[in-house]
Ligand binder design. Sequence first.
Ligand code: CU
Length: 280
Amino acid sequence: MKNFKYITFLLFAIAAFTLGSCKKETTDPPTPVDPFENLTYIGETQAVGAGAIAKIYAEEALFVGYNRIYVALYDSANPQTQLTDGHVTFNPMMDMGMMQHSCPFEDPSTTVEPNTKAFKGSIVFIMPTTPTGSWTLNVNVHNHAINKMGVASLAINVVEKAEPKLISFVSDFDSKKLFVTLIEPTEPKVGINDITFGIYEKQSMMSFPAVDGYMMEMEPEMPSMGHGSPNNVNPVSKGNGMYTGAVNFTMTGYWKINLDFKTSSGDTIKLDQFFDVTFQ
Ligand SMILES: [Cu+2]
């Protein structure tokens, strides 16, 4: 009994101490947080002519598929000063010697993101960097502070993920060359996950506009167990090439997300496409 009382007292003491220290933490002045700490630094270079330095960040090392890209601009004369009045457009280029091509991308908005004060856009790399093909990210910068324009050109490395985030095929309906990216979930979990795909068309070596209005039929399966899952929601077109739905991963492991693509009137674009998703 004595021991029990002692242990109870000890537990209360620990609880009081823990609660007390939690309380103390919240009253401390907040430590300044680096707004880029959760992002991956890709590189930086001068935007020649615009009087600006462009620092490029992404959510992880650049890969084949959909990458969110952050461009933070700094005054070349005062590199501590971040520039937030301007606008930024992308021109990613792959140089394969005999030919050059671009890829799908979405220009950053003309206003900066509240947290990082960076201009945020996206690029869908359609092939990795190889010994015979190198990517350059050209960023056109209009620095409104001095009303000057310039281009920042940065050599970048793009890797292919073990489980590709990009598929491509030719439409059975109209022979368009299409690219489909799996954008979300980036961290799959057991249960219902929001799922987002991006669809883009190759119009030329330099033009890859987003494609809206297709229909997608999605069926996840776990091949090793021979089962699927209930309560999936087919992705629907939301504009800017984005298609969102819900996928139900009922357990961890390897899932195959089967996809059929159709036009809005039900004509077949492509059947039996898929993405692999493995998570623990
Ligand atoms: Cu401008």
